[in-house]
Design a protein around this ligand. Structure first.
Ligand SMILES: Nc1ncnc2c1ncn2[C@@H]1O[C@H](COP(=O)(O)OP(=O)(O)OP(=O)(O)O)[C@@H](O)[C@H]1O
Length: 379
């Protein structure tokens, strides 16, 4: 799509990125000269004029919200049948990229050379910081270590990783002292359901990178801010419904802002939304009750928070499947693989919090964002 030059009173400056439901532009308010981010929901067919207006009006309710950890919504309107939203422009990175920066030189020696530099249309957005390609590592890991959560294949993979004899401090153990775990050590249910058990597995360069204290510190700090934002929007009767790392922006002062809250609901109500075959409210982060299109409350966002914590700790999401139907089924029926079986030295508090947030029944999760906040600070 050729970007429009003007959208309402806004002049389009450049494209910040494309998401599943539209495109976000850097734009300038012609009345004030202020720079803003403008999200044009343009993927599906144009809406009926009445529906587009109704949606734009609904967006205006978001403009009443003001919290330091929630992206400000300034304005909304309709451009040629497509609703748009005008937001505060955040110069920063999404949560996943933010956690990948600042790799320690000692850790970097264990990593492949960075494959990709940050791509950005605007040099201000990309930090001049060292980066590595965690995605490439993940792919690498996917070819073996992370395959198949159950069965002999998985056992063989873990045995191989133990043979590699990486120890936590980066040294190499002479005789491969970590013996291959027995199957029940890897996949047995937790003895205490709140305390994931830690199998005796060796760390790998990949998991060492995931567990880097500086990275975990960043993650915890960001999570506290996300909890503050969620507490605020829940107290206003809103549910985000599409919480994921891509909807969390972090600026250079480590200030976290949540965005896109409420959009999934408005879209689902106004359109029979499957955008490019994908149900709005990304399946991967969807709570079972949301996947079943049941009534959801803030606890569905807390489930999504659990998915995020799990994948940022384990390097892979709790559920993964080739088709949406399989993913849907896993979300409803399967227990997540114990996090320590993927990353044996993962932060214990975060692993415990993630598993509790991933409970199928909302009553079994932490009940509020405040409760999660307390857990994060008390450890
Ligand atoms: N307020 C903002 N300030 C700066 N950049 C933004 C802002 N809102 C979105 N972006 C950037 O624009 C890009 C597209 O965002 P968008 O929310 O459309 O996509 P997404 O979150 O990847 O996907 P989805 O539509 O499925 O939520 C992202 O790279 C995002 O970081």
């Amino acid at each position: 799509m050729v970007p429009p030059r003007l959208v309402g009173p806004y002049r389009i400056v450049s494209t910040l990125g494309k998401g599943g439901i539209g495109t976000v532009f850097r734009a300038s308010d012609r009345r004030t000269g202020d720079e803003v981010a403008l999200k044009l929901l343009s993927t599906g067919p144009a809406l009926e004029p009445a529906a587009a207006k109704r949606m734009a009006r609904e967006f205006e309710t978001l403009a009443r919200l003001a919290h330091p950890n929630v992206v400000r919504v300034f304005d909304a309107g309709v451009h040629r049948g497509y609703p748009y939203l005008v937001m505060e422009l955040v110069e920063g990175l999404d949560l996943r990229s933010y956690l990948e920066i600042d790799l320690e030189p000692s850790a970097r020696r264990a990593m492949p050379e960075p494959a990709v530099q940050v791509q950005s249309e605007d040099s201000e957005v990309a930090p001049a910081l060292p980066r590595f390609d965690l995605g490439a590592l993940l792919e690498e890991a996917d070819t073996g270590f992370y395959e198949a959560p159950t069965g002999n294949h998985a056992l063989a993979d873990y045995a191989r990783s133990a043979d590699e004899s990486d120890t936590d401090d980066g040294s190499t153990s002479s005789e491969g002292t970590v013996s291959p775990p027995r199957r029940h050590e890897l996949f047995s249910p937790f003895e205490d359901e709140d305390e994931p058990s830690r199998p005796l597995l060796a760390a790998t360069p990949y998991t060492r990178e995931l567990n880097r204290p500086e990275r975990i510190g960043r993650l915890k700090d960001a999570l506290l801010q996300i909890c503050e934002a969620l507490g605020y929007i829940h107290s206003h009767g809103l549910v985000h419904r599409d919480l994921k790392p891509g909807n969390i922006l972090v600026d250079e002062d480590r200030h976290v802002r949540l965005m896109d809250f409420g959009l999934a609901k408005f879209l689902a109500e106004e359109t029979s939304v499957t955008v490019r075959g994908k149900v709005v409210g990304t399946y991967r982060y969807m709570a079972p009750e949301q996947a079943l299109a049941e009534h959801v409350d803030g606890r569905a966002d807390l489930y999504a928070l659990g998915v995020m914590i799990y994948e940022l700790l384990a390097g892979r999401p709790p559920y993964d499947a080739k088709t949406p139907v399989d993913l849907w089924q896993q979300i409803l029926e399967r227990e997540p693989q114990p996090l320590f079986s993927l990353n044996p030295h993962a932060d214990e508090d975060l692993a415990r919090i993630a598993h509790k947030l991933l409970r199928k029944d909302p009553d079994d999760r932490y009940q509020t964002a405040e409760e999660v906040f307390e857990q994060l600070i008390s450890g």
